[in-house]
Design a protein around this ligand. Structure first.
Ligand code: NAP
Length: 560
């Protein structure tokens, strides 16, 4: 038993708070690295994780077919060449079980688990002005006092669970993709409903279709898709990637979306229609997200280009649907442009709808009314009888993980109430009014969506760590983004966002999937490379825009 675990138990018994220099929320991609960096600094730090294991997204989203859309060679930790070289991915886009194993490998190599408290959710965090620290409480009633609170709770970790009235009355099984059980779920021979055709729904649908007796897919907004090419990786393949480690590490921090590919074509306007088609075909054939994130940036700004690229993809989809008018009408997007929200990679997703055991229910014509004991009732009064309902209905993205914790900053200001009116951050790293609270994967940074997550999260962890280090080396204990810095960032963020077509499309990118959520593009769209440059400039200049001060009462200083 480690000293820290003993201390936790002791403090639980006498109910005086456990004192830490830093508390990290979450043990996913960002949380693990943040814990490692804080420990390297000699901090008394502990991570708290709601799950029983590490992995974050890769712990919770264990639904059939879950896998990432970033290639394995770039979905990586970059701070350790050894970690990179000693884990050989089995394919270009590994599935959830392998990624969860990889995250356990990282945690074990760095010996992180001894400083993670699992099965524990942080329920509240209140800033205490007198001590300049955070009073934190877990769902088990444990109390912790920490100077720094670093939220690594994930961008897509607050699942929308109670989407439909009557869910509690259902006699069969309801499964949410983001809360998928660890025990195997046997869907063989079952009548299954899937609600949701986002990146998650598509993966579930294409994976379970061959096994279930019957499947009803409730389709509301159709998706543009790109067929994934997922070759197996041999050790020899991986050795080749390892040779490129330093090049890739540099490259991903500079590109538009934190991938190794980037916009590098001649401008759309300078190419002939044939040349444009060649570029589109080449990217389509790559079987990755490059058609979206590395072909023509003009598709994000120019309606005409957007329409041409969209029509290119629609044509591919029509061919796969054998020009079936009903399926084409239901499954091919018409009223928003390609790439104005997340484009999923897929594998024979469209072909599923041509199987005899699969029925698509058009939720635009007949919306879901409610769940009833034996199935799903649609607005036309029909009851679709099923044994299992799979909810792939998404998340309260970006802000949800933080607003589900009772976070209160200076003057008892509630983050939930504040973000209920307007979602604002200082480059996604801090929020004015919440000193010594740092955030990763939060709104208004590219890490919120438009990024290969491992690239962006590590950069944020590095920035946060260096910022804390800098302030301590300069004898300061409290860091807080200023109001004017935040105002400027929000203005810049909106200015960049409002030039794009993304803000015109409804999706979780704009918060429009959650009723009452203030509308704003959650992810910074000025490019990962540009964002990192701005972060580095601020650090190099001694963190202007981030007030650093001494805690009011230093004798209560918790840090060593
Ligand atoms: P999502 O994109 O928000 O999709 C939710 C789906 O549920 C949408 O199709 C939505 O339809 C539907 N829905 C919600 N309420 C409904 C209702 N009342 N009736 C009918 N349909 C309803 O969520 P997600 O698929 O979980 O994906 C979220 C994000 O996670 C992705 O965009 C991606 O960033 C990430 N992700 C990544 C991967 C990967 O890397 N491969 C895989 C999965 C997820 P409407 O659009 O009409 O609202």
């Amino acid at each position: 038993m480690t000293e820290q675990v003993k201390q936790v138990q002791k403090t639980q018994q006498n109910s005086s708070p456990l004192k830490l220099d830093a508390l990290v929320i979450g043990a996913g991609v960002a949380g693990l690295y943040q814990l490692h960096r804080m420990r390297e600094m000699g901090m008394n730090v502990r991570a708290y994780e709601a799950g029983s294991g590490v992995g974050g997204t890769w712990y919770w989203n264990r639904y059939p077919g879950a896998r990432f859309d970033s290639q394995a060679e770039i979905y990586q930790y970059w701070f350790s060449e050894q970690l990179y070289k000693n884990w050989t991915p089995s394919e270009r886009f590994p599935a959830q079980p392998e990624t969860e194993r990889w995250m356990n490998y990282v945690a074990d190599e760095l010996d992180l688990k001894k400083d993670i408290q699992f099965n524990t959710r942080i329920s509240s965090a209140h800033y205490i002005e007198e001590t300049g620290s955070w009073a934190i409480e877990t769902d088990a009633g444990e109390k912790i006092e920490a100077q720094y609170l670093i939220a690594c709770c994930g961008m897509l970790s607050a699942p929308i669970t109670n989407r439909f009235s009557g869910q509690e009355s259902f006699k069969g099984q309801i499964l949410h993709t983001a809360l998928w059980p660890k025990e195997p779920v046997d869907l063989k021979g079952k009548r299954v409903a899937v609600i949701g055709t986002g990146a998650t729904g598509i993966q579930v649908i294409q994976t379970i279709a061959p096994d279930v007796a019957a499947m009803k897919v409730f389709v509301r907004t159709p998706q543009y898709i790109i067929p994934m090419k997922n070759p197996k990786y041999s050790q020899a393949d991986w050795d080749k990637w390892c040779e490129k480690f330093h090049e890739l590490k540099q490259r991903v921090s500079e590109t538009f979306a934190g991938f190794d590919y980037d916009f590098a074509n001649k401008p759309w306007a300078e190419l002939s229609p044939e040349e444009r088609l060649t570029v589109l075909e080449k990217n389509w054939e790559d079987g990755s997200l490059s058609l979206w994130l590395a072909s023509f940036p003009e598709m994000f700004f120019d309606e005409a280009v957007s329409e041409e690229v969209s029509e290119f993809v629609r044509g591919k989809m029509r061919a796969r649907l054998n020009d079936d008018p009903e399926l084409c009408d239901l499954l091919i997007p018409k009223d928003y442009g390609f790439g104005t929200h997340r484009v999923p990679l897929e594998n024979k997703y469209l072909e599923v709808y041509q199987q005899p055991n699969v029925e698509a229910v058009n939720c635009l014509k007949t919306p879901i009314d409610c769940v009833v004991p034996n199935g799903i009732k649609t607005a036309d009064g029909k009851v679709h009888e099923v044994d299992v309902i799979i909810l792939a209905v998404g998340f309260d993205a970006g802000s949800g993980a933080l607003t589900r914790i009772d976070i209160r900053g200076r003057n008892n200001r509630s983050l939930k109430e504040q973000w209920g009116e307007e979602i604002r951050t200082s480059m996604g790293l801090q929020v004015h009014g919440y000193p010594n609270l740092f955030t990763t994967g939060a709104p208004l940074a590219p890490s919120a969506a438009l990024c290969n997550m491992t690239t962006c999260l590590q950069k944020q962890v590095d920035w946060i760590t260096e910022c804390i280090k800098f302030s301590r080396e300069n004898g300061q204990d409290v860091v807080e983004a200023t109001q004017s810095f935040e105002d400027d960032w929000v203005e810049h963020h909106d200015e960049v966002a409002n030039k794009t077509l993304v803000v015109k499309t409804d999706s979780w990118y704009m918060g429009s999937n959650v009723e009452g959520k203030p509308r704003r593009l959650l992810s910074y769209i000025g490019g990962v490379g540009n964002y990192h440059k701005k972060c580095a400039e601020i650090a190099d200049a001694g963190y202007p825009g981030f007030d650093m001060s001494k805690r009011p009462s230093n004798q209560k200083c918790l840090a060593g």
